[in-house]
Ligand binder design. Structure first.
Ligand SMILES: [Zn+2]
Length: 270
């Protein structure tokens, strides 16, 4: 699933492609396939016709296109990607929506699993209103971070995935950050000493910044950021059975926490 680094890389890619100042001229959606949850979640994209893009913003895992009269929010779901390509180029498989821009290019939504969605908001602040502070934003100081976790009894890993507490961390980068900070994913947040919570805050920033840089340095053949691959070098943990802790070299433990597969080291994460 695209998490903060993948969505931030998408934002930077859209800016590089020069979409600011372009106007949506035409929107076409795939026909709803029988028996599938088809175009409903992206149908509101039709309202963008005639609107000019004046900003591309991100908060957590959500992206928002600021338009003349409203904001088009986009959530990439599990497998959504946005590409910019020339009108004349053939559309890739799993193209769900084609939003034609005023410079002979198309902004296209490609999404094999159809969980990505668009939503119309009145303003940027409304688009991001349900989200906690962004995990990479400087306003999320070490002090604010510890405050948001230190009096909660729940296990730390599911709390990290709660976008209302801190926005941008998903399953994979939560595991990476907890491993880096040497904290067990099952620890109750209120049992973790302040110094360790501060270490976790630093580990999250290091992990996310590392991933943003990795994606930037490894574009696909068309210069686009590619989607998260849990097995590439941006990950310290090899997320498969038989993976080892890079510090202790013992097999990683695999657990289900809040319905999400969790990889951790039972020796160095306490
Ligand atoms: Zn270990």
């Amino acid at each position: 699933m695209p998490e903060l680094p993948e969505v931030e890389s998408l934002r930077r890619y859209l800016l590089r492609e020069g979409i600011i100042g372009k106007t949506f001229e035409l929107v076409s959606l795939e026909r709803k396939p029988p028996g599938r949850n088809g175009s409903g979640a992206i149908a509101c994209a039709k309202q963008t016709v005639g609107q000019t893009i004046i900003g591309v913003l991100r908060h957590g895992k959500q992206i928002a296109l600021e338009l003349n009269d409203f904001v088009l929010g986009a959530h990439m779901g599990m497998t959504g990607q946005i590409h910019i390509q020339l009108n004349k180029e053939p559309k890739p498989r799993f193209t769900r929506a084609v939003l034609t821009l005023s410079n002979s290019t198309d902004l296209i939504l490609v999404d094999p699993r159809r969980w990505a969605r668009f939503q119309i908001f009145d303003s940027v602040s409304q688009a991001f209103s349900k989200l906690g502070p962004d995990a990479l934003d400087d306003t999320l100081t070490s002090e604010l971070f510890t405050k948001r976790f230190s009096n909660r009894k729940s296990q730390i890993k599911p709390l990290l995935l709660n976008q209302e507490i801190v926005a941008g961390i998903g399953n994979i980068y939560a595991d990476e950050s907890l491993h880096r900070a040497k904290i067990s994913p099952t620890r109750g947040a209120n049992t973790i000493p302040m110094a360790e919570l501060r270490r976790l805050h630093t580990a999250i920033r290091t992990t996310l910044n590392h991933a943003v840089k990795f994606i930037e340095n490894h574009p696909d053949e068309l210069g686009r950021p590619y989607i998260v691959d849990a097995y590439d070098e941006r990950m310290q943990l090899k997320r498969k059975s038989g993976g080892f802790c890079p510090r202790c070299e013992i097999p990683l433990a695999i657990n289900q926490l809040g319905g999400r597969t969790t990889y951790f080291c039972s020796k160095c994460q306490r």
